[in-house]
Ligand binder design. Structure first.
Ligand code: E4P
Length: 217
């Protein structure tokens, strides 16, 4: 499973990338707003840190506007992935951009049928929003499982990018189902390493080691 980090915070991206944990980055207009940075400037900086795909989202809602914005965003760096909303215009732009050789991420997916359309439009990634589905008292993971089944039935190459991840269990469940990628907030990504028995075990090993009076090397 690939890990993308879901943030436009450059310091967080640098730190996680240095750990060797990052396969890509996803941003959206809300995350750009949170960063307080200019979209072109911050996206360029992120693209220079991470080798993998960096999703940058269009804000136009009609095909022509999406294509014009995509053209500008695509020039930022070779690893830009154009993020498009799951609307008819977004799908049309997805098809055109994919055919022109761009990477695309179709976002705001909340149903299996939407994901089917995105795959038919040639999306590189489909982003089902697990946490926001859970917020509606529905089951976000069931959505991931449905999409996995449909994509496998027809051999679609579109990668399932589990998005709106809120918990470490979301990551585990998405991995068990076979999502190709999870885009995870920095704090949740860091939380994946934590286990109280690891801390306790390490403490005990270090205490015993101190009693030996030895040093390695
Ligand atoms: C995905 O690409 C989105 O940026 C993100 O995962 C949305 O998450 P949220 O529902 O926590 O805002």
């Amino acid at each position: 499973m690939k890990f993308f980090v879901d943030t436009a915070d450059v310091a967080e991206i640098e730190e996680l990338n240095a750990l060797g944990l990052l396969d890509g980055v996803t941003t959206n207009p809300s995350l750009i707003m949170k960063s307080g940075r200019d979209i072109m400037e911050v996206t360029k900086e992120i693209c220079s840190i991470v080798d993998g795909p960096v999703s940058a989202e269009v804000t136009a809602t009609e095909f022509d506007g999406m294509m014009a914005e995509a053209d500008i965003l695509a020039k930022i760096a070779d690893n830009i992935c154009i993020k498009l909303p799951l609307t008819m215009d977004g799908l049309k732009a997805c098809k055109a951009l994919t055919s022109a050789g761009h990477k695309t991420n179709v976002t705001l997916c909340f149903s299996a049928n939407q994901a089917l359309l995105a795959a038919k439009a040639g999306a590189t990634f489909i982003s089902p929003f697990v946490g926001r589905v859970d917020d509606m008292a529905a089951d976000g993971m069931e959505l991931i499982a449905e999409i996995r089944k449909i994509y496998d039935n027809y051999g679609f190459a579109t990668e399932i990018l589990a998005a709106s991840i809120r918990t470490v269990n979301h990551v585990k469940e998405a991995a068990l189902i076979g999502a190709d990628v999870a885009t995870v907030p920095p704090a949740t990504l860091r939380a994946l390493v934590k286990h109280p028995l690891t801390d306790k075990g390490l403490e005990a090993f270090l205490a015993d080691w101190a009693k030996t009076g030895q040093k390695i090397g």
